[in-house]
Design a binder for this molecule. Structure first.
Ligand SMILES: [Zn+2]
Length: 323
């Protein structure tokens, strides 16, 4: 096990990204011309079976360097779970993206942890601490993810008011109120500290479109923050068109219903539901001990449960009514 806070030698991610080397402190690269502006932290591979985010980050950094694009602020690309990426597994001992609530972080800092992901998290905390301490402007974290199944890509919006405003520029459906569904992620950590956080689920792990989706979202975020000029975004209109098509032009949604379950319920989702599929009030979407389970309202189904473990059967999202 590595010592927390130690610099890691350049590391070959042999399993899923054999050509990628990670620099010290989980770094994929950084661009900083000393100009004022936001610090944008792009992280990929928080789950070790999700290489697309890392590819996307590397492509953005490479394009910026090749074009010698002026950068106002700072862009840092980070590799998440190095050990799990080596294995090509979601994680080694525990999910790295589930213990970022402040009590867990405080405890981890005090105990230094026990398992592989504790070390990964301490190393990332060390990087985040440094970035927060030296930031010259707002801090914005974008965490890039991918999914096991095909599905509509989407943005996870945090409760920071600027998060929703930024998400509107990213041309994918933004989902608000998911913190309760997926608590204690990095999103919660940055938000709790008063920073802006967004996550993007870019599509299926291995699909080439997923890298393009994640890369495009990163570009649009950088331009929205003024870190790069809109004119510096390669193929800006093409990227916007592709994102809108992949996101089915869905409006921003808020999570309005959670169908909680216990093992005793013997809950079974009806086959064939996809994330962000439209459903109608009364539509039977699952079965349990008591018979059919139906959607209580019209809406869009979120995170339908098709695995054996979990306490969330499904969620419903509803269109946000503008005041
Ligand atoms: Zn993920």
């Amino acid at each position: 096990m590595r010592d927390p806070g130690d610099f890691i030698d350049p590391t070959l991610l042999t399993t899923v990204l054999p050509d990628v080397r990670v620099g010290p402190d989980h770094r994929l690269g950084e661009i900083d011309h000393g100009q004022p502006g936001a610090t944008v932290i792009l992280s990929g591979g928080m789950h070790g079976n999700e290489p697309a985010g890392i590819r996307a980050i590397l492509q953005v950094l490479e394009s910026l360097r090749t074009a010698n694009t002026p950068v106002a602020g700072r862009i840092l690309g980070l590799c998440g779970n190095i050990g799990a990426l080596r294995l090509g597994a979601r994680y080694s001992d525990r999910d790295l993206n589930r213990r970022w609530d402040l009590p867990s972080v405080t405890q981890l800092r005090a105990t230094r942890g026990h398992v592989a992901e504790d070390v990964e998290q301490l190393e990332l905390l060390h990087v985040f601490d440094g970035e927060i301490a030296q930031a010259r402007g707002p801090i914005v974290h974008l965490d890039l993810h991918s999914m096991s199944a095909d599905g509509v890509p989407f943005i996870v919006v945090c409760s920071h008011p600027q998060s929703a405003a930024l998400a509107q520029n990213l041309c994918l459906p933004g989902i608000l109120g998911l913190e309760d569904a997926i608590p204690a992620t990095t999103l919660e950590y940055f938000t709790t500290l008063g920073h802006i956080a967004l996550a993007v689920e870019g599509g299926q792990h291995q699909s080439p479109a997923t890298v393009d989706t994640l890369e495009s979202v990163a570009w649009l975020l950088l331009a929205s923050l003024g870190v790069v000029a809109w004119t510096a975004v390669p193929d800006l209109e093409g990227r916007r068109d592709r994102l809108r098509n992949r996101g089915l032009n869905l409006p921003p949604l808020r999570v309005t219903y959670r169908h909680g379950i216990t093992p005793a319920d013997h809950f079974h989702m009806k086959p064939g539901y996809r994330n962000l599929q439209a459903v109608h009030a009364g539509e039977v979407v699952a079965q349990d001990n008591n018979g059919p389970v139906s959607a209580p309202t019209d809406g869009w189904i979120l995170l339908p449960l098709y695995q054996a473990i979990g306490t969330d059967g499904f969620f419903l999202g509803s269109q946000i009514v503008q005041a």
